[in-house]
Design a protein around this ligand. Structure first.
Ligand SMILES: NC(=O)c1ccc[n+]([C@@H]2O[C@H](COP(=O)([O-])OP(=O)(O)OC[C@H]3O[C@@H](n4cnc5c(N)ncnc54)[C@H](O)[C@@H]3O)[C@@H](O)[C@H]2O)c1
Length: 255
């Protein structure tokens, strides 16, 4: 049986540990027949070590998504491994400590700016950097955490995600005429490195486990990753500007 992503060439950002959502997406994508190129930020030798745990070792390109020179050279560097791309995964978020964990009223603009650039603007920046490699039928995919509500401790990252959700719609508008789909997966809380670095993150973890109509595990990345793989496949051909929830149904129910 050919896989869901047979023959697809994907660029996947955001792997830092084997708990990263991006790692599970890369693993499942390879299992479904895709060729994967990863990008890594900062600790490249660590990302390379994690990349060797994939079913097929994947090349790792350096990418600080806030560095214009690295973005400018990205397409040429990707071409050294694959002759084009069918999908791009943005699995990047960062906010300085002041912007999370209850500091909403006191975080200085300089720190908020870092959070917004890294977690919101970078979605557009990555899309533009990869656009020369993307053809009709290709897909850009990002990850959000439901920005329709104000959560405890999520603070400026919640604002960044609201911006990301809007940027997703604008990217869909601008890239749709070229046949490029742009969608987000809204995942429930998962204990990745980024999540564990948010002081007080456990404040809403428990609510999820208790209230999600479907079972929700804080350590099982697979449901969110599968949803990403499905959106990267040819099976959402008329879907763009969309946010697909992979959250056990939590968003759909009240207390
Ligand atoms: N874990 C959750 O509960 C959860 C829920 C919903 C959405 N998300 C989103 O999923 C995405 C992936 O996060 P994760 O939870 O897998 O955590 P993670 O810590 O494994 O991944 C975050 C990644 O962002 C990268 N990054 C940070 N700054 C960067 C920069 N300047 N340039 C390039 N990369 C940079 C890090 O290197 C890391 O690989 C994020 O957008 C996150 O907000 C996470």
């Amino acid at each position: 049986m050919p896989g869901l992503l047979a023959g697809k060439r994907l660029l996947i950002t955001g792997v830092i540990t084997d708990s990263s959502i991006a790692f599970s997406v890369a693993r499942l994508a390879q299992e479904q027949g895709a060729t994967v190129v990863l990008t890594g930020y900062g600790r490249l030798s660590l990302v390379e070590r994690i990349a060797r745990r994939l079913p097929s070792p994947a090349p790792v390109l350096e990418l600080d998504v806030n560095d214009p020179a690295q973005l400018e050279s990205l397409a040429d560097r990707v071409r050294e491994h694959v002759d084009g791309l069918d999908g791009v995964v943005h699995a990047i978020a960062f906010g300085p400590q002041s912007t999370l964990g209850g500091g909403f009223l006191t975080a200085p603009w300089e720190d908020v700016a870092v959070a917004l650039q890294t977690s919101t603007y970078s979605y557009k920046a990555l899309a533009v950097a990869c656009e020369p490699l993307l053809g009709p039928g290709s897909a850009i995919l990002g990850l959000t955490f439901d920005a329709s509500q104000a959560w405890p401790v999520y603070d400026w990252m919640g604002v960044a995600k609201a911006g990301l959700e809007s940027a997703n719609r604008y990217l869909a508008r601008y890239l749709g005429p070229r046949g490029i789909r742009v969608n987000l997966v809204s995942a429930g809380p998962l204990r990745t490195m980024a999540a564990k670095s948010i002081p007080g993150f456990e404040a809403f973890e428990q609510a999820w486990v208790e209230r999600a109509p479907l079972r929700w595990s804080l350590t099982d990345i697979e449901p969110a990753a599968r949803t990403c793989v499905a959106l990267l496949s040819d099976w959402f051909p008329a879907t763009t500007g969309e946010i697909v929830h992979a959250d056990g149904g939590f968003h759909a129910v009240g207390a």
